[in-house]
Design a protein around this ligand. Structure first.
Ligand code: AMO
Length: 444
């Protein structure tokens, strides 16, 4: 038995099938499990595409080699060359009979967490050893689906002539209120991590870019420890010009959600099955309910709320919308100025100055998106900045873009992890981030 393997010939496990019977193949990956039955041992090798069985016969390999191969610790990285042989008893329909076997990197024991053990492990423990946790197919499935979802979103935005941009995440002023800003020392100045590309998206409308999107991290110093807040999330932001009202923005958002969920269903079935979840593509148009009507519905259901919806009433509204409209996704529109006051850039409803042209998109009771029509008239915008006690001078870099020709525009910010959290019915949003950040976690 050769103990070196030429990795140049390596193929993914998913590239093998019983059609390759009799051929010599090379695979490499993590040794997931070994079943040693005395005269025969089955080694399961996992790569990102799936599992392959390597069958070792003591008679053929000799005692010493057989003992060595069947004694390699679980989760070691190994490479194997051997003959592919059909075998109806193996779930893939074939096995590999090794002619060369190399232990590339031996795993220590015991493992920090098991990869195949069914014992429930706390999320915190899993996150502490995330590299190992990610080896589990059910965990990997979340990130495969994340990638498919994002691909669907990009595809849709490109089809609607949106241009991808990248804006700085180091900023001099917040856009979403001071309480969740992360201050950073930036050379000799005070700066912050961007909570949202808000002000930059709008400046790009002043630059004439017309339709843009950005997918980038956004930072929030969230002081509360909840299952739906993280300190760093992936924000999909869009901004578009020459809109008639927020309805034009909502139409894009509906199309985006329907197309991306369709993509997930079409291309991610195997991963949804791995997680045991079913996803339904939302029908267009999504129901729209004003915040005032949502409050009425909640009062009728015995849960009166004044002002903005809290977590519990959002959840309840999700149940009501499902029951009343059969809708998992719906818009809450016409947020009052009182609630959106800190959103100084929000346009107020021309027919009712108490209301804004702002909306949320909720998915089964959780907010995925906030957006609306922006105020593009500089004088009104300056008034709104002053109304909440900010100094327009601090926003001069932004206001400049409104002085020399700014079209009517609007957009939204969507939390990617929120979509996954609800779509995959996961208990905690942290499951949708490779290396999540929160009040207590900054490693790994
Ligand atoms: P908002 O502050 O509502 O709006 O954020 C938009 C969306 O971002 C997601 N999100 C979060 N996800 C996880 N953890 C968090 N701590 C967190 N905070 C926000 C949510 C939310 O709906 N500038 C506006 C957007 C716009 O008007 O274009 C903004 O940032 O899914």
């Amino acid at each position: 038995m050769d103990d070196t393997v030429d990795l140049g010939n390596r193929v993914l496990n998913s590239g093998l099938s019983k059609d390759l019977a009799g051929q010599t193949v090379t695979v490499a990956g993590w040794l997931q499990d070994t079943r040693n039955l005395g005269g025969i041992a089955f080694l399961l090798i996992r790569d990102r595409s799936g599992l392959v069985q390597v069958t070792c016969l003591k008679k053929k390999l000799g005692d010493e080699v057989f003992a060595k191969l069947s004694g390699v610790p679980r989760e070691s990285v190994v490479a194997v060359t051997g003959e592919l042989k059909p075998n109806a008893q193996v779930s893939t329909g074939f096995e590999i009979l090794p002619t060369a076997f190399q232990v590339i990197s031996e795993a220590g024991t015991p493992l920090p967490i098991g990869v195949i053990d069914k014992v429930g492990v706390e999320l915190d423990t899993r996150l502490n050893s995330r590299f190992m946790d990610l080896r589990k197919p059910q965990v990997l499935a979340i990130f495969k689906l994340r990638e498919i979802l994002i691909r669907g979103m990009r595809e849709y935005l490109v089809s609607q002539r949106f241009m991808e941009v990248t804006t700085s995440k180091i900023v001099a002023a917040g856009a979403e209120g001071g309480s969740t800003l992360f201050p950073i020392k930036y050379f000799e100045q005070q700066a912050y991590l961007a909570q949202s590309p808000q002000l930059y998206k709008q400046m790009l409308m002043g630059a004439g870019l017309d339709r843009i999107y950005e997918l980038a991290p956004a930072y929030r110093a969230e002081q509360s420890d909840t299952v739906r807040h993280i300190a760093e999330f992936a924000s999909l932001d869009i901004e578009m010009s020459f809109i008639r009202s927020e309805e034009d923005v909502m139409n894009i958002l509906e199309g985006l959600m329907a197309h991306s969920l369709e993509t997930v269903l079409r291309e991610g079935k195997q991963y949804l099955d791995e997680l045991g979840v079913e996803v339904t593509v939302p029908k267009l148009p999504f129901p729209r309910v004003t915040l005032a009507d949502a409050q009425k519905l909640l009062a009728e259901a015995g849960m009166p709320v004044k002002g903005d919806l809290d977590t519990e009433s959002e959840k309840k509204l999700g149940e009501i919308m499902l029951e009343k409209h059969g809708a998992e996704m719906y818009f809450i529109t016409k947020f009052p100025v009182e609630i959106k006051k800190s959103t100084f850039y929000a346009m107020r409803d021309p027919s009712d100055p108490e209301l804004t042209n702002y909306f949320d998109l909720d998915y089964r009771g959780e907010e995925l998106v906030s957006g609306g029509q922006r105020e593009h008239r500089i004088n009104v915008l300056i008034n709104q900045i002053e109304e909440i006690g900010y100094n327009p001078k601090d926003f001069e870099f932004y206001l400049q873009a409104f002085r020399y020709g700014m079209p009517p525009h609007g957009g939204f910010g969507l939390g990617i992890e929120r979509v996954l959290h609800m779509m995959l019915r996961l208990p905690n949003i942290r499951e949708c981030v490779l290396f999540p950040r929160d009040m207590y976690r900054v490693v790994p």
